[in-house]
Design a protein. Sequence first.
Length: 342
Amino acid sequence: MRWIDTLIHEAEQRLPGPVLTYFQQGAGLGLSAAEAENHWNALRLLPHVLRDVSAISTRTSVLGTEVATPVLVAPTTLQRQAHEGGETAMLQGAAAAGSLVCVSSNAGVPFEALAGPAPWWVQAYVLRDRQLTADLLERAREAGAKAVVLTADTPVVGQKYSTGPNVWETVPPEHLLANVTGQGLEESQLEKAADLTPATIDWLRTTTGLPVVIKGVLRADDARECVAAGASAIWVSNHGGRQLDGAVATARALRPVAEALADTSAEVYVDGGIRNGRHVLTALALGATAVFLGRPTLWALAVGGAAAVERALADFTSELAHAMALAGAPDVSSLTCDLVSD
Ligand SMILES: Cc1cc2nc3c(=O)[nH]c(=O)nc-3n(C[C@H](O)[C@H](O)[C@H](O)COP(=O)(O)O)c2cc1C
């Protein structure tokens, strides 16, 4: 058994029940969450032969930041419930693996404490209180965030059901809102804005001075509209199946989005159900510059903090390198869409 596959079982032993359920679950009937990995598994490859693969490089860059691996860390909440070090430990592990972290705006660690080990981006929910959003992002920028990732698939939070106690009744608020508590805020100020439009992209860009990534895009027409409105990158995601249940699998949505942006300078990323190096290879061949892992990095954090995050990212990367050798692709630029059979 792969060590990565043991993590979820180990995490099941360690995590409090409501937290485990929260990490695992999808929205609604859990259709999109359950099928994500299967759609990567269903894609077939057309490997090259007789290519010099004596040296394999997984190096790439995302929005100008060099990374040793295209396997990056998606934003997830409640990391301090997984491990006391929370986002700090996640960044340490990612730094050791030459990766990059997208930090949730609902992080359990103040942004200022993150300065240091790994390059990081800040994920934003634009709140109804725009000034509060702007202040939060300014703190992230000052603390070293290199891009802002707008999660666009969450005008309202997807309905999740569980039989046990609700996780929000068991978790201290500072594990969710380290960057917004302690300022005398009303709950209503933290509600997510439901009136976002493409114009929000320009507002974010000019407010923060950072490149803007739009996360949660599944349609080619939306992707083009976002880039025309100023987005530097599009992140194909259905939020790990936690928003609109029944939303298409990202393994299916990626190709049309990447094709629609081929004549632009925008980068494309993808997440959702990516569980091994072959999945990463398939995503890069279909047009992604990088992939992001959600739950796998949470399981690693829960089991062994920074060291386990480093090992998980390193294992994904060596699996990718192995698959690249077998596909006749010595570097990420040789991963082209003709490698994936229709
Ligand atoms: C427990 C949990 C919390 C999450 N929190 C956030 C969040 O705060 N912001 C966000 O944009 N996405 C969030 N996501 C979605 C992830 O960023 C990512 O899109 C998804 O987990 C990828 O799928 P995977 O878990 O199959 O790798 C969360 C996902 C999980 C599992």
